[in-house]
Design a protein around this ligand. Sequence first.
Ligand code: GDP
Ligand code: MG
Length: 716
Amino acid sequence: MDITVALIGNPNSGKTTLFNNLTGSYQYVGNWPGVTVEKKTGQYKEDKNIKFTDLPGIYSLSPYTLEEVVSRDYLINEKPDVVIDVIDASNIERNLYLATQLSEIGIPLILAFNMMDVVRKNKDQIDTKKIEEELGCKIVEISALRNENLDELIETTKQLAEKSYENKSMKSFSENVENYIEEIISSVDSLKENPAKRWLAVKLFERDEKIRDEIFVSEDEFAKINSIIDKAEEEFDDDSESIITDQRYNFVTDITSKSVKKGRSGLSTSDRIDKVVTNRLLALPIFAVIMSAVYYISIGIVGGPINDFWADELLGERVPEAVGGFLSSMGVSDALTSLISDGIIGGVGAVLGFLPVIVCLFFLISILEDVGYMARIAFILDRVFRRFGLSGKSFIPILIGTGCSVPGIMGTRTIENDKDRRMTVIVASFMPCGAKTDIIAMFAAMFAGVWWYSTIWYFGGIVAVVVSGLILKKTKIFSGDPAPFVMELPEYHLPSMRNVLKATYNRGKAFVIKAGTIILLCTVVVWVLSNISIYGEFMEFENASTHSILSYIGTKLSFIFAPLGFGDWMATVATLLGLVAKEVVVSTYGVVAGLGEVAAGDASLNALITSKFTTASILSFMFFNQLTLPCFAALGAMKEEMGERKWFRFAIGYQMVFSYTVALMIYQFSRVLIDKQAFNAGTAVALVILAIYLYLILRPAKKEDNKLQVSHEGVR
Ligand code: GDP
Ligand code: MG
């Protein structure tokens, strides 16, 4: 017999950690709301008949946010056999509010008091027996992170599913209100047989229109309900929804005050760290230092000596030489040898050459996430940018996007306000993802000794998000108050190596798989196109790239990028092919370097890059590639999340114009300021663009066009 179990609870209570431990799967464990938007199902690893579903975190069962709708619909429509409410036992009071609602839907309920390790450490005392009695449902104390007591949880689940134990109904309201609820149940026919009747009756009492439409209520019954509610509202001199909310809170507060004793008083270690880390003045500098350190370690340290060996020596020389030697000893034709050693090994090798850098970056960022620091960043950025009308909720998908923009873009679903959500979709890909970090690492070699260059793309990404936010918010279509952002800062804790290594492994694996598939395919195309001349004949390899189809196309189109400082054919084709996947920028240079574009005897990637770029054109090339249209995968995600085609088109248009104009300014200004070249017409154009940007950022905001927005109050 199959048992289906739903894991539900507040955000950050440990549902996904528990799910991963029970099912042996590796869902993303995150420290901020919106990480689990969709439900995930998996089998218990020791008994395939028990199926768990990990639901998005919610604070209540009201259908106001996407998470609430997903979780609630699952419980009501799929009717799991058992519901496990995962509760952060170090914060019982707030967590129990949801529990009282869950007890009403008529599905056997278990309260899993999670994070008991934290409770013990804090020396909190919880009288579980007493709470169990008051609530009338089973409580199991566990620690999902440390695998404590999970057997007992499973045992209890089985007992409940087999109905060998039954919950008493939780009486969360005062006697009068309980009577009103009873009255509603008995006056609506369609409720009587419904297992969720208590919950539905409460919802009807709260005048919930959605529920009224979902179940059958006749005219007469409806009138009866209304008279009950009117009576109650008169008695309590309050609206019915507030009566319910207040009484629920009182019920929960009453229980916790009787049975929970907080062990420590004063500030916890987390609070003390937060006093410094989220300090108004220090927060941003600390963030800058931490992220710079992350980039310094990945690119400055790992990217240096380790990369010299791995990328330059192993992948750059030994492997191609060995393979080349082997192939020619086998009598393989020169063309095939070049395809394999220059094309594939050169191109894919260039991308994989920076794997140590990328893995190190992923590793450090996973640690920051797991420790709880990244959640602070969203909080800090919210506080700073709320003043400018931007909500911290918009930063969360962007911070998630550091590995890959696709999950970041999908994460925008949790933003309720449509305007903010669309705006976030547009800017989410401005942050450097793993593939873009590959490009950064390639160029970083040119700045050997000036490691901080590599951080400017990270912070440049944040600046681009903020500037775009400011500009878009001033337009009529995106104006409006920033969505409220409620998030709780989780306690700091030592990183769990399992989580960190898993997150790093998953991100690194995706990167390697991409290199072996899509990038491989692209390098073959690039190799072929750079070896066949426009007259269709196969060319000499020595001067392969000069008359090739690739260089022909690149030269023809290079006028587009000339004002940005990288109007040579190679940068042009690399940028255009980068739409397939940003790693292709690197692999294209890898292939071309292998074909001997630079002086004989020095065919390395480094030499090629140095001969092609100046500081100004590198800055512009990099920022253009970072800010312009992302890869096809991310574009697909954007299209999906935007829904309407016109918004998708708007997003693409904005990204193209924004990246082009920004790269133009960067090139023109740094050409004059850093490379000390003369002021010219291009610089003048850049100044005009700058003036336009300043105007767009500083002008007063347009009046809000809020008529079509349905606010929460409106739904109620
Ligand atoms: P969800 O939002 O409910 O899915 O919560 P997650 O599973 O993503 O966990 C949120 C955070 O709490 C993560 O950093 C976990 O490592 C941490 N966590 C989960 N369970 C425990 C636990 O039993 N003890 C401790 N100390 N931390 C936990
Ligand atoms: Mg989760």
